[in-house]
Design a protein around this ligand. Structure first.
Ligand code: SAH
Length: 228
């Protein structure tokens, strides 16, 4: 579990990043149907404005995706909350403890997950984003997240299997390697589709194979092949 965050100096969260502004976002997520109060309470205290460029920080607690450079985005808070609650709802003996994220981006989603489970592994194909996220986790004392610069289509098999895998980029199809890295009962949460709009798919590993459920429509940047 990550330690509390000391917010001092010019980025202490005055005005548009104040606790009041953050509370309004949480209230909105609750109204829009997020039910997991533990997820909401972690999102309430996680400084999303520190996962983006300072020029963007005044919009950090609006329910929108924002640019983080390299043509990538930090996901919309509602989508972060929804995907997190879907991932954690898995029925696993001993609980959900070890997760993999594909698409580290800003590191915000990984930071949320790291406060809800024991260990988070996350990969991104863009090296500067990995380096930036690593520095953020160090500064903010999220010390149970391991990062790797890699093509996440292959997962991170050496560290698996996982109690859940979340893909935060739009996949044209579900990568078989990711399914292979789930324990029984674990879920893969992944936006599937090729156009601007994808559907959130939840695949749950069973003794016999996989159960599939479809959820909200979402809009993610594409899951690409290879590293950059
Ligand atoms: N979860 C992020 C948002 C991710 S944006 C956050 O909280 O900020 C999508 C990310 O997926 C981008 O950083 C992009 O580089 C990454 N990505 C796209 N294809 C990938 C692949 N094949 N393997 C790993 N990362 C990938």
């Amino acid at each position: 579990m990550a330690a509390g965050h000391q917010l001092v100096g010019p980025r202490s969260g005055i005005g548009m990043t104040s606790q009041r502004t953050r509370d309004r976002l949480i209230e909105r997520l609750r109204k829009e149907g997020i039910r997991n109060e533990t997820v909401l309470s972690v999102m309430r205290t996680t400084p999303r404005h520190l996962f983006m460029d300072e020029a963007m920080a005044s919009r950090a607690y609006e329910d929108i995706a924002l640019p983080i450079g390299y043509s990538q985005t930090i996901s919309q808070p509602f989508v972060v909350a929804r995907m997190t609650e879907l991932l954690l709802a898995a029925d696993i003996d001993g609980g959900v403890k070890k997760l993999l994220e594909v698409g580290t981006g800003s590191g915000y989603q990984a930071a949320i997950l790291s406060q809800l489970v024991g260990e988070v592994f996350s990969v991104d194909r863009i090296e500067p984003l990995i380096n930036q996220a690593r520095q953020r986790f160090f500064d903010l004392k999220y010390n149970n997240i391991r990062l790797k610069h890699a093509d996440g289509n292959w997962g991170w098999p050496e560290k698996g299997p996982y109690d859940g895998i979340m893909v935060t980029a739009a996949a044209p199809h579900v990568p078989q390697s990711l399914l292979d890295q789930l324990v029984i009962g674990a879920r893969l949460v992944i936006p599937v589709g090729e156009s601007d709009l994808q559907q959130l798919m939840v695949l749950t590993r069973t003794q016999e194979g996989f159960d599939t459920d479809l959820h909200e429509y979402v809009s993610f940047v594409p899951l690409l092949a290879g590293t950059h």
